[in-house]
Design a protein around this ligand. Structure first.
Ligand code: GLY
Ligand code: MN
Length: 462
């Protein structure tokens, strides 16, 4: 946890966005795997962490916008729980750590909210993404369960997005730590990779690195020779000479800030000429996108520029043809680059995605495109100093997509399908870093992870 003032300051800042009613922040509960006491690794709700900091289930926080009071609801452990789980800090101490003096047993939460409802006060809450939380909100607010999600407070959502989007220095330090752990994970992939090794041996090791730093991964590890599948969580292949491995993996810190890094490396430690040609295009798109990051620039424009660099590079290789500008405007590049350039990152790897992707990543002025590929861009709006974002262009050869578009005769003016046929077993390449938007431009966070062809090959040799 950070110091108590961090949390009380954040709660007070939220008061500048809402002036009436109360905000209810339910903590996440334990989540069972296959029977009630056998649970997944516990993960607290990110907005609860942001405003209250406490990494435990069985709690709820309240911010009262009229009285100015904050409350923490939860119970001290019973003797039985102490026997099984050991001594955990008392609720009073947890309240102090979060800067809250009003600490009450959980059972009193219903009466507190009932009283608020009877006085006609609005109970603001964020959209729940877990069903048990949804049902608890339904119970506490007397709403039928199907009305809970639509009843989430837009004013609270907007207030939380405004605060969480601009990272404080302590948050940037934490994200930097997450990237530094991710450095260890990715350099371990580079050192372990080799023909005959199972993907799962490497995936297991790098997950262990995240755990050994006291937290877990920020999202399930993507590591595969079949990097053309964008989120490939299958790790059962034996690595083969001549193939590439895409690893998209990042650690969380103990405070639960994310890292999200992708590197693509050759199984045998040396890129072939064909791999190098595609790799250099992706690298140019990544580096030049980072160079363009500054406050006021719409991320949608940087995404488009990356698409142009990719289309131009593919044209030079004879995989695309025709006018690059027209091809990108038409969306032909998306057969090779079918996702967005990046997203916000913080307490969630796709930061605040549960609050609504368009509310987080778009604005009145810049609305989401519905064109295939660009429609997956999670962040399009103008960048602001204090945002932490990812930059992650890629080029992929997805046989199902190639076959479908070819059979439909799609974009034949811009894609040389005959040439593309010879790349259908290529896989994919993605390169990703985590970037802080600064007043003047940007800063790549964390230790520099080998990225050029030479750096990757040198690390793999070591
Ligand atoms: N790291 C996975 C993603 O950004 O979607
Ligand atoms: Mn990412």
């Amino acid at each position: 946890m950070f110091k108590a003032e961090v949390y009380s300051t954040r709660r007070n800042k939220l008061r500048k966005h809402l002036s009436s009613g109360v905000a209810l922040f339910p903590a996440n509960n334990e989540s069972p795997v296959n029977y009630p006491d056998n649970t997944f690794h516990y993960r607290q709700d990110s907005s609860f962490l942001y405003f209250f900091g406490i990494d435990q289930p069985g709690l709820a926080g309240i911010i009262d916008f009229e009285s100015g009071e904050d409350y923490l609801f939860g119970d001290d452990l019973s003797l039985d729980e102490i026997i099984w789980m050991g001594h955990l800090p008392s609720m009073k101490l947890l309240g102090e750590k979060a800067g809250i003096s009003q600490v009450l047993p959980y059972i009193k939460l219903s009466a507190y909210l009932e009283d608020a409802l009877q006085k006609g006060r609005v109970i603001h809450y964020l959209p729940p993404y877990r069903d048990d939380t949804l049902l608890e909100i339904a119970r506490l607010t007397n709403l039928p369960w199907e009305k809970v999600k639509p009843g989430a407070s837009l004013a609270l959502i907007k207030g939380v997005i405004a605060l969480r989007s601009i990272k404080e220095p302590v948050e940037v330090e934490d994200i930097t730590r997450a990237v530094d752990t991710s450095y260890e994970m990715h350099t371990t992939v580079m050192k372990m990779a080799g023909p005959g090794t199972y993907e799962r041996e490497i995936a297991g090791c790098i997950e262990g690195i995240a755990l050994s730093h006291g937290a877990m991964t920020a999202f399930p590890i993507i590591l595969s020779m079949d990097g053309q599948t964008l989120h490939n969580h299958y790790h059962g292949n034996i690595l083969e000479q001549g193939r590439l491995i895409v690893t998209d993996a990042g650690a969380e810190t103990v405070n639960h800030y994310a890292g999200d890094i992708t590197r693509t490396v050759p199984v045998d430690g040396k890129f072939s000429q064909k791999q190098k040609e595609i790799y250099e295009i992706v690298l140019e798109a990544e580096v030049s996108s980072i160079d363009k990051i500054r406050p006021g620039t719409p991320y949608r424009d940087i995404h488009r520029d990356a698409a142009r660099i990719i289309a131009l590079g593919l044209k030079d290789l004879g995989l695309m043809k025709g006018d690059v500008e027209e091809a990108v405007n038409a969306g032909a590049h998306a057969m090779f680059f079918p996702h967005g350039l990046g997203h916000m990152m913080g307490l969630d790897v796709h930061d605040m995605e549960g609050l609504g992707e368009n509310l987080v990543g778009y604005s009145e002025e810049i609305q989401r495109s519905d064109q295939f590929g660009t429609a997956y861009l999670r962040l399009g709006k103008k960048l602001e100093s204090g945002y932490v974002i990812t930059v992650e262009p890629g080029i992929y050869f997805i046989p199902a997509l190639i076959d479908r578009w070819r059979s439909e005769g799609k974009f034949t003016a811009y894609i040389d399908y005959e040439k593309v046929e010879s790349y259908k077993d290529f896989g994919g390449i993605r390169i990703e870093d985590d970037i802080l938007v600064t007043d003047l431009g940007s800063r790549v966070l964390g230790k520099s992870i080998p990225k050029t062809v030479k750096e990757v090959e040198d690390m793999m040799r070591s």
